[in-house]
Ligand binder design. Sequence first.
Ligand SMILES: [Zn+2]
Length: 475
Amino acid sequence: MRRVLIVFVFGLLLSAYPLVAFAQTDDTPVEPVDSEPVEFVPRYHTVAEGESLYFIATFYGVTQEAMEIANNIIDPTLLFVGQQLLIPAADGEIVPANYAPRFGENLDIIAEGFGATPTEIIRENYLLSPDSVIGGQPLRVFSRTGSSTPGEAPGLGHIVRPGETLATVSAKYGLTQAAIMQANSLTDDLRVHVGQRLRIPTGSETNYTAIPGLWQELSFSNFPIRQGDTVAVYVEYLEPGTPFGRITSPAGELIPIRFLPQDEGFTALIGFDAFSEPGNWKLIIGGEGDARPWDTFETDFVVGSAGFGTQYIPIDDDQQLRNTENTFLNAIFIDSNPEPLWTDVFRIPITGTVSAGYGDARSYNNGPIYAFHSGIDFRGNIGTPIFSPAEGVVVFADELGLRGNALIVDHGMGVMTGYYHLNSFNVAVGDTVEPLQQIATGGDTGLSTGPHLHWDLRIWGKAVHPTRWLERLFP
Ligand SMILES: [Zn+2]
């Protein structure tokens, strides 16, 4: 079995869980260690002309043997200029880490990134088997690299096609054979076979991910996932065809994933609303190939609670009217233009302070909770101008019982924004709108306790945290 030294930097993935002290005694309470992730110290060395492994090891105050183990070096005389070496921590120094695995990462990969062994991780986390690693669910790891985050391994994946050799692959990417051999811990150039996945250590923006089968790329935009998040999924497959997939909630709700061509592959947006059940979800992605079906990729992942609160609204709600209105609007929300129309980060649609945030559960007149606040409320006077956050097409502009004067803009790819309790409309159904174009004025129509704008953002009907869209460009 091929040994691959793959290390990743996923500082963002570090869970914020407090690290638990590892040495426990019977009666003293366990002192929680600082919950801040330990700052990443790059512990890599690029081999320069004339350097030996002994010289480098001495320079960093570690043993040559530790360097050999950390880098899977079989013959220490075979270093080459430009080779990247992982510097292990000095003897005995072990840094505890909490690490949330990405999709496709298995215990071998995670262990190598930390200079740990799969057995240690299994033991520390009481895992039932090496297959019980769940994307996004933090694992406790004893790191021997001197850092609580795994190192960086930039590069692309390349799957060896019939007729290709190490020589042709390295020529294709303008690299030496030695560089590819080192990146993949290959001991001789005959160890390359058709269907093998190689890490090409090229100046790629992205980190290399090991995934099974003929998948070239399979990535989620953010981890860990929490209630209210928008997640972008990107996939690339070696053979032509069209991907499809779905996610399944812990309670068994099935949500289809709708892919669109993007770059060399396909991309999809998934919305997790505030009532998304925290726990283990399942993801399955396959594809209809031109010649044969694509390999199926299946994994579990965690959706975490966002800790939303409860808002008590001192007015009566009409639950039946709410249900009728939601059903009516949902038919509109899922009828989106497949192509994305927006080109930039969304702009805030109104200047005004926030009076109620997204996601809190709602109790009307102290009644039972059956709804969450699907968007953000902004204070405003009657007549306050309201702007489109991005390019789109107006798909609804009419009066509704609860939402009052309501406007909905379709931004494509399942993304729609809604504007409620309006005073007047500046656009009509079918109009295309530009970023910051005035589309309406604020008001106090429908079920409302005063002049305000309710703004929400839907992904194929799921109401997500709109603020995320003001912070970054999706997908
Ligand atoms: Zn609202």
